[in-house]
Design a protein around this ligand. Sequence first.
Ligand code: FES
Ligand code: FES
Length: 164
Amino acid sequence: MKRLITLRVNGIDEALSVEPGWTLSRVLREELNLVGTKEGCGGGHCGACTVLIDSKPVMSCLYLAIKARGKDILTIEGLKGENGALHPLQEAFVERFAVQCGYCIPGMIMTAKALLDDNPSPTEEEIREGLNGNVCRCTGYVKIIEAILSCAEERNVKSPSKEI
Ligand code: FES
Ligand code: FES
């Protein structure tokens, strides 16, 4: 039986009627039309569905929507700046040609955001380690890691103390 819940997504409270077994990825995509969050494997193996819950990366295909009540959910759509400007990580991915088919990219970027917020100056090794749950089926890892490194370097020059 459906239950009425409120989820806080990208800073907005959303009232929703959900089945207890619905995953967060399903609710984001099918109830809220936030289709930037992708579903790849649907089983916790690829990271395409990664969103941030209370600033931590979570695979939303494994996370029940009702469990997310009272938490802050951030999706790729929530990264856009004023007038739809790209987030610095998105800009870095574009500038470094890190996007091929694009399917893994929202999950990569959400994971990278959590990583850089936690560790503003990661080494290449730490980025590789941080992304180990995110799979790119186009195998574009080198460019993805370069993009995250360059974003971290640029941000540390411009505003070292700020969340990315
Ligand atoms: S779709 Fe969630 S981990 Fe693959
Ligand atoms: S860019 Fe195609 S899956 Fe990563």
